[in-house]
Design a protein around this ligand. Structure first.
Ligand code: MLC
Ligand code: AMP
Length: 497
């Protein structure tokens, strides 16, 4: 088999197993292998190897998405998934920043990216064009240390950075989870998460496909429909962000007693239910335990490192804690006194291991700054160790907001809002919220003699930032609270909401 991509190698071991269910159709591993080979052949266009050409794709989660991702890899390209919810400027940013040469787009998104197509800077394919059969090309051998994926993540800079992982990083990120959570070929998982982040791509889709299991895609989260799917009796594994568990609980609570018992029965036999991407509130864990009989397995990860810390599959899953280092992942806590040796002392989580990303795309300085001199990745998350389990205390930056499991940069939203002609200044903060974790909230200083209509601001913002980044609360002040150095005192500001 001429490939170093582990998912492809493994797929050849079980060609007839069911790999994917999407759009009410089932696809085998052989279907995935065949289609991804055709995709790779189209993308190569007489070349022998795409040699890490960036290939963006704006494609709905499902069989085609997966076959495209595999096809890009098999042709030697770097896959750059685009968020299907992003407005034009955000898509343009990723396409330009990654210097993508190829863009693959589902038919239904073609119109929305017309200005990008007209610029003619990238070769554009409609998804369906890449699935048309043709004489297969000979595919390159892909070494493990080659770049495979760029995922854009918000951070402490206004614009998102491209996180580059290699095939070796991805293989390791998958395998540590397969080992820790005992993934099995007869697993059947449903994926309701977006496919431009590690949670959906690695933890769910790739782990399932690595072991010959089945991944069923649902393209839009809907609590009622998801519960309904659970009652069909096929799914035995579920992973989601805390907001989704909150919404599933809400649906259950509002159902009749008879329905509640039917829903609870449906999930009681699941093999495993996992929560991550944001802190799982203990009341949500407790309520879910009451509904399902499951103690949710909470774990901790990040785009740059995949998953790093997890509660155990067997043994105590401790509410409010993220668990222990995953197999092969090294964790330490660090504070101004150096490495934290004792329990109950707070420090930044730092990570080392084959799971850690290669670089921020074309940002050597930012990459360097995100590591210590002795090579540990600095997560920015503050934690302590308590009776052998890590517990997250918070983040070192007020400018990072987690809402619905999405990481959002306050600075990015502020930069956009400040461009509005009626606004003089603004500050964006995350306000704690039971359902969303945090709610994006904006404090606006209106320009002299201008009036502001929130609906108008929101529809103006919608054209520029993703819907999940939109402020849901506004307050108005004459000026922003600042300290003696002129820096906005965001913690003080939070109290004003
Ligand atoms: C949507 N709404 C919000 C909101 N997002 N309100 C407040 N805050 C938010 N963030 C509102 C909408 O305005 C709308 O309101 C209603 O909710 C439904 O909107 P929607 O767009 O249909 O939302 P929904 O599909 O229900 O989205 C919820 C969600 C989504 C939880 C499914 O946020 C999601 O997919 N999150 C997962 C993100 C993820 O995968 N993160 C992993 C990152 S990787 P109205 O009034 O119009 O009804 C990572 C590493 C790791 O973090 O460790 O995993
Ligand atoms: P992202 O950059 O989108 O991958 O988000 C990564 C961030 O999500 C981490 O740095 C944490 O702040 C947060 N996170 C992930 N899992 C958890 C968890 N179980 N508890 C608290 N925060 C988490």
């Amino acid at each position: 088999m001429r490939t170093g991509i582990r998912l492809i190698k493994n797929a050849n071991k079980w060609p007839d197993r069911k790999a994917i269910i999407s759009n009410n159709k089932s696809y085998t591993y052989q279907n995935l292998l065949n289609s991804s080979e055709i995709v790779a052949t189209h993308l190569l266009r007489e070349k022998h190897d795409l040699a890490e050409t960036r290939v963006c794709f704006l494609v709905t989660p499902g069989f085609e998405y997966t076959a495209l991702q595999w096809g890009i890899w098999r042709a030697g390209g770097i896959a750059v998934p685009l968020c299907v919810q992003h407005p034009l400027p955000s898509l343009e940013y990723v396409i330009n920043n990654s210097r993508s040469e190829i863009l693959i787009v589902d038919e239904n998104y073609i119109e929305s990216i017309d200005p990008i197509i007209k610029q003619k800077k990238v070769i554009v394919y409609k998804t369906s064009e890449l699935f048309v059969k043709k004489t297969l090309a000979s595919l390159p051998i892909i070494e493990e240390n080659r770049r495979a994926l760029i995922l854009y993540t918000s951070g402490t800079t206004s614009q998102p950075k491209g996180v580059v992982t290699t095939h070796a990083n991805i293989n390791f990120q998958i395998e540590t989870l397969v080992t820790a959570w005992r993934w099995q070929p007869n697993d059947h998982i449903v994926n309701v998460l977006p496919l431009h982040h590690v949670h959906g791509i690695i933890n769910i889709m790739s782990c399932a496909l690595n072991v010959g299991a089945c991944c069923q895609f649902v393209t839009k989260f809907d609590a009622g429909k998801l519960w309904n799917l659970f009652t069909m009796g096929k799914i035995n594994l579920f992973m989601a962000v805390p907001t989704i568990y909150f919404k599933l609980i809400d649906y259950w609570v509002n159902a009749s007693a008879e329905k509640q018992s039917q829903l609870s029965d449906a999930i009681s036999s699941f093999r495993l239910m996992v929560s991550g991407s944001a802190a799982l509130p203990v009341p949500v864990l407790e309520k879910w335990r009451q509904i399902s009989g499951h103690t949710l397995l909470e774990r901790y990860g990040m785009t740059e490192i995949g998953m790093a810390i997890s509660n155990p599959f067997e043994g105590e899953r401790r509410p409010g804690h993220i668990g222990q280092a995953l197999p092969g992942v090294n964790i330490r806590l660090w504070n101004e006194d150096g490495i934290v040796e004792d329990e109950n002392i707070a420090g930044e989580i730092q990570i080392k291991g084959p799971n850690v990303f290669l670089e921020y795309w074309e940002k050597p300085e930012a990459t360097k700054q995100s590591f210590t001199n002795d090579g540990w990745f600095k997560s920015g998350d503050i934690a302590l160790l308590s009776n052998g389990y890590y517990k997250i205390l918070g983040r070192d930056s007020v400018d990072i907001i987690k809402s619905g499991g999405y990481k959002i940069s306050a600075l990015e939203i502020e930069d956009v809002i400040r461009k509005h002609p009626s606004i003089n200044d603004c500050a964006v903060v995350g306000i704690p919220n039971d359902e969303w974790g945090e709610i994006v909230s904006a404090c606006l200083v209106i320009a002299k003699n201008k009036k502001v209509d929130i609906e108008e601001i929101n529809s103006w913002l919608k054209k520029q930032i993703a819907p999940y980044k939109l402020p849901r609360k506004y307050i108005f002040l004459k000026e922003l609270p600042r300290n003696v150095l002129g820096k906005v005192t965001k913690n003080k500001l939070k109290n004003q909401f």
